[in-house]
Design a protein around this ligand. Structure first.
Ligand code: BES
Ligand code: MN
Ligand code: MN
Length: 462
């Protein structure tokens, strides 16, 4: 029987090549043109789970993209770990900014990943992190080391709101019964300092449309005498934050959980270098809500950001025109006790209130999601903690993340179980951006750490 490090050593080239195969399929959930690639990816994951040792694997049809479900039940009396991941990826654009094809995975060295990183869309979010679990299962099966039952649920719509998974979970509570949910779809502080994600922010997302005149107008003949929807929209958006960068929407902070000074002091202990942070994204200065640090601003405080804004003439040269319409997509990240329903309603009321009579406003809510807080006093967290400490030789730090995985709150509601977020990505891995990558070190470290989680979780559950 081989131990995990020597098993990884022997098989690492194959582990990388198998992940490359998955990364070559452009499983972009946002674009219906890739429907066939979604099915191909689901099939490939099914085959990999069967090979890794699952007893049964099914492709579960849903109203949208299929969910791959697999399980290996060794003894119903033992605990069950449900692994969740997603096989869909974000669109690759702007494609011209990639230094190699988004669906042509290659290993390149970077300053942060001197031993190389896998460059491809989905390398870190989430194919690479999901596949670590498949390879961990392979190791445990081959070496007779699986200490408990395991279930896999891999979906194809995470990046577009997980609607079908919501549908699936509500219909399969029995099948999905588990003692803990394990997800690798987040990050850690650095390769030298592991951390366990203990919080995810919620999300409220709206699209707004401002209409002025019923058609585009000559900006000389009408300019100055009618409201320009783009000017109006810019002004309205500009007013949503004050000089202290606080959000001005009526009642926006009403339910926000204020973090205790102790917890803030605890957070401030996490290693963070502001100069390096600025340098890594080429900024000469930072920005954010007055009275909070950068790490607080991007994790425990709510935000409002315009994700896209358009309207009018954007082609070559100049066209003198007042557009009839202007649009924006706006997201708000939410913290504990704020709900997407509450915030979407508050946004809508406020935005209608501040609109001048010279325009009409249409607001369309998109998918949102609740945030999540992982308690640290349970067996799952303790097992994860011990597993990271074992493989990194460094005590992991709990850390709240600014990102969102809305389905986690639904798991808690429908399946009544806690989720442990064992992420191995880094913030600098460029998820959702051009040149997304995942360190080879991180990929292999994940495969190494996961079996220890299973071992400790089973032991501690006794
Ligand atoms: N895996 C990410 C979320 C994430 C990344 C959380 C890193 C913490 C650290 C996930 O795939 C994602 O992108 N979520 C979306 C929300 C979704 C509704 C589109 C997000 O956070 O924008
Ligand atoms: Mn993800
Ligand atoms: Mn994502």
């Amino acid at each position: 029987m081989e131990n995990i490090t020597s098993y990884i050593d022997t098989h690492k080239d194959r582990f990388i090549e198998e992940l490359f195969e998955l990364l070559r399929i452009p499983s972009i959930s946002a674009d219906p043109a890739y429907k066939n690639d979604m099915l191909k990816t689901a099939d490939a994951i099914k085959a990999s789970l069967e090979k890794a040792g699952c007893d049964t694997v099914e492709i579960c049809e849903t109203p949208g993209n299929p969910i791959v479900y697999g399980e290996k039940i060794i003894d119903p009396a033992l605990p069950t770990v449900l692994v969740y991941g997603h096989y869909d990826v974000q669109p690759a654009d702007p494609i011209e900014l990639w230094t190699s094809g988004p669906f042509e995975p290659v290993i390149k060295k970077t300053d942060i990943h001197p031993e190389g990183a896998i460059f491809a869309r989905g390398a870190c979010d989430d194919k690479g992190q999901m596949y670590m679990h498949v390879k961990a299962l392979e190791y445990m099966t081959v070496n007779d080391k699986l200490p408990c039952n395991i279930k896999f649920m891999i979906e194809g719509e995470e990046e577009v709101g997980s609607e079908s998974l919501d549908w699936f979970v509500k219909r399969n509570q029995e099948k999905l019964q588990n003692d803990v949910i394990l997800i690798s779809d987040t990050g850690m502080i650095s390769n030298q300092q592991p951390s366990i994600t203990t919080g995810l922010r919620g999300l409220s997302y709206v699209e707004v449309e401002i209409t002025g005149p019923n058609r585009d107008l000559h900006s000389g003949l009408y300019g100055g005498a009618v409201a320009n929807p783009i000017n109006v929209l810019s002004k309205m958006i500009g007013s949503l934050q004050d000089e202290d960068n606080r959000i001005t929407i009526d009642g926006f902070y009403d339910n926000v959980e204020e973090i205790s000074l102790e917890e803030r002091a605890e957070m401030a202990k996490a290693p963070f270098n502001l100069e390096e942070y600025k340098k890594s994204i080429d900024l000469s200065d930072i920005h954010g809500e007055k009275g909070y640090t950068t790490n607080e601003r991007n994790s425990i405080r709510p935000t409002l950001d315009v994700n896209g804004i358009w309207g009018g003439y954007t082609g070559e040269g100049a066209k003198t025109v007042i557009a009839s319409k202007a649009y924006a997509k706006i997201s708000m990240r939410l913290v504990p006790n704020q709900t997407p329903e509450e915030i979407t309603e508050k946004f809508t009321k406020h935005f209608l209130k501040i609109a001048p009579k010279s325009v009409t406003v249409k607001i369309t809510p998109h998918h949102g999601g609740h945030g999540y807080v992982t308690p640290t006093d349970n067996v799952g967290y303790k097992a994860a903690h011990k597993a990271y400490a074992k493989t990194f030789g460094v005590t992991p730090i709990p850390q709240k993340s600014g990102g969102s995985i809305p389905i986690v709150a639904l798991f808690e509601q429908e399946l009544k179980s806690k989720t442990i977020l064992m992420g191995f990505g880094l913030d600098s891995d460029a998820i959702h951006s051009p040149n997304e990558h995942f360190g080879v070190f991180n990929y292999l470290k994940g495969i190494e750490t996961i079996p220890y989680f299973f071992e400790y979780f089973t032991e501690m559950s006794k």
